[in-house]
Design a protein around this ligand. Structure first.
Ligand SMILES: *[C@@H]1O[C@H](CO)[C@@H](O)[C@H](O)[C@H]1NC(C)=O
Ligand SMILES: *[C@@H]1O[C@H](CO)[C@@H](O)[C@H](O)[C@H]1NC(C)=O
Length: 567
């Protein structure tokens, strides 16, 4: 459809539209899709400020998060109006958000009682160590049979415990039965459905599964887990499926147009789960990899939660409807993916932009035997080796920066292969193709390399906003909305690009074997006790400079992965 031509004269007839709020760690977006074609019609994005009050602490302002949602809604509606698209065609709103980030607010005043503690915050490190030391055999996986998770700073329960122990306002509100706990999804849905005047306090199974308070088998809050962490169950949101009407948008003064009032909020999915849905990975065994600062690889394991023997997390992928079964996923992450490009750019200055990296790497088409292991703060799945440090090896007189650039891209691919191998071993069935999304997938050389190194095709959708699309699909498919059916035929207009392996498997195995050799060389480097941390807590984070915390999600991934697999 030619928007500009049609827009000049009359309203465009598009049929039902579905919107998604995508509230990420560094920005908020509001996106509107055509439910028939999955086409992205318009969107707006606003950055979110993060504050770092102490080393390792990461906070965001809940009211700024809410305000950013209003601003994105307002601006997107304006853009749609300029395109002559009728806003009243928006039939549902889905939410996808950063996971694990923890908030507590007062249900009578509607005011947050502290900043949101962001998922990558490490203030609970000592709490986590204390909890683990109390378990029989100092077992990080003590609760895994119920939660699918290791005890780690990553998840909400310990952040909530910290808030109750350290913030008087939170403690008092809990004692006087005024406290509400939630992840960002719960906070937004409560505010948008009326807040202190009747707001709906809920979350979805995917969010709940990352709190460490949720039993992933019964799909309910677990009284024993709540007791273990000392969390009163009355402050927890009600757990709903990922696709049902939670409540209707209330008219609110913050939203000038009021245009969206009355629209059902009917989809709620964790960002990585939403990407799985947006990629239509509904079959047991399908997997997607999102390439951002790090990589998140999720593999649908169907109705059965698979417990990993290779350091992966077990998580609820989605539950698309009240009466639908829950689907589970294995999740593995690569800590340093896009971050390696930033490192070459900011720390070494050998490239000016990520496009330049692709150009340099493409100009040589080989690393000429150079391998780059970006183990900046240790190695993760499947090695779990905190003593490793980054290396660039195999250098000769011939090596130049183009080869290093190529090796950096290959490192992302090799790391993904290692996660995939772990997944294949855990699930027993090798993956036959990998679906990908995220910022780095615009690098075509990277995509081709990934296919070559995995020896399976890599499939990239032409519409890159799969996370928001997944949230919109869940919202549009909810009972009572039903403008989107989640069958593959309905998304037949979604086109994708396929990268087939082009090198022979022997060459691929040879390169992968060399990579593994390079990984061995990176190990046992940092063997001294970390310094500058007088209380004797041994932690891989202690020796990491502050700058790394600021590099976003990366470090958290390091933490989560390290804790996940290091038994
Ligand atoms: C929680 O729900 C939101 C949608 O409200 C979603 O974006 C987010 O990814 C979910 N969190 C998790 C951990 O799945
Ligand atoms: C690196 O070496 C290769 C092979 O000799 C050459 O083609 C390429 O231009 C060199 N790149 C740079 C940046 O010098």
């Amino acid at each position: 459809m030619n928007d500009t031509m049609a827009a000049s004269s009359h309203r465009i007839m598009l049929g039902p539209l579905v919107a998604a709020i995508d509230q990420g760690t560094s920005s908020t977006r509001f996106l509107v899709f055509n439910a028939k074609t999955a086409e992205l019609l318009s969107h707006h994005q606003v950055e979110i400020k993060q504050s770092f009050p102490k080393e390792g602490w990461v906070e965001e302002d809940p009211k700024e998060i809410l305000q950013s949602v209003f601003e994105c809604m307002e601006r997107t509606c304006e853009k749609l109006t300029q395109l002559n698209i009728d806003i009243s065609n928006i039939k549902a709103i889905g939410v996808t958000n950063q996971r694990e980030t923890t908030l507590v607010w007062d249900k009578e005043t509607g005011e947050p009682l502290y900043n949101a503690i962001v998922w990558l915050d490490l203030r609970t490190q000592s709490t986590v160590e204390r909890l683990i030391n109390k378990t029989p055999g100092r077992n990080k996986n003590h609760l895994k049979h119920k939660t699918g998770l290791p005890i780690s700073t990553y998840f909400s329960a310990v952040k909530l415990r910290w808030l109750m122990d350290n913030v008087d306002e939170v403690h008092e509100a809990v004692v006087s039965h005024r406290a509400m706990f939630g992840t960002v999804d719960s906070w937004l849905i409560w505010c948008l459905t009326g807040g202190k005047s009747g707001g709906v306090h809920c979350t979805d199974v995917t969010n709940a599964s990352r709190t460490m308070l949720f039993n992933i088998h019964t799909l309910e809050w677990d009284p024993e887990l709540c007791k273990y962490f000392g969390i009163p169950m009355e402050i927890l949101p009600r757990v709903r499926s990922s696709s049902e009407i939670y409540g209707l948008m209330k008219i609110c003064s913050s939203l000038k147009s009021g245009a969206l009032s009355g629209i059902p909020i009917s989809g709620c999915l964790g960002d990585q789960s939403a990407a799985l849905v947006g990629q239509m990975c509904f079959q047991d065994g399908q997997a997607k990899n999102t390439y951002g600062t790090g990589c998140f690889l999720l593999r649908n394991t169907g109705a059965k939660p698979v417990m990993s023997d290779h350091g992966l997390l077990t998580t609820v992928a989605y539950k698309l409807g009240r009466d639908k079964p829950a689907c589970y996923a294995l999740e593995g992450s690569v800590a340093i993916a896009g971050a390696v490009v930033r490192w070459l750019q900011d720390n070494l200055g050998i490239i000016g932009s990520s496009e330049e990296l692709e150009k340099l790497a493409a100009s040589v088409g080989t690393s000429y035997g150079c391998y780059f292991v970006p183990a900046f703060s240790g190695l993760y799945a499947p090695y779990w080796e905190p003593s490793a440090r980054g290396i660039i090896c195999g250098l000769t007189q011939f090596t130049n920066k183009s080869h290093v650039a190529f090796a950096a891209l290959e490192a992302v691919c090799f790391q993904t292969r290692e996660i995939l191998d772990a997944m294949n071993q855990d699930s027993g069935i090798p993956l036959t193709q990998l679906q990908v999304d995220g910022g780095m997938t615009s690098n075509r050389l990277l995509m081709q390399l990934q296919a070559d190194i995995l020896c399976i095709p890599v499939v990239k959708p032409s519409m890159p906003e799969t996370t928001a699309l997944g949230a919109a699909m869940a919202a549009g498919a909810a009972e009572g909305v039903s403008v989107w059916s989640l069958s593959p035929e309905d998304l037949s207009e979604v086109t994708s690009e396929k990268f087939e392996p082009q090198i022979n498997p022997e060459e691929s195995e040879f390169r992968y074997a060399r990579w593994k050799k390079a990984v061995q060389k990176s190990m046992n480097w940092e063997t001294t006790e970390p310094v500058g941390n007088g209380n004797g807590e041994s932690s891989i984070f202690s020796s990491v400079p502050l700058g790394f915390y600021i590099m976003g999600s990366m470090l958290m991934l390091i933490g989560a992965n390290y804790l996940a697999g290091h038994d």
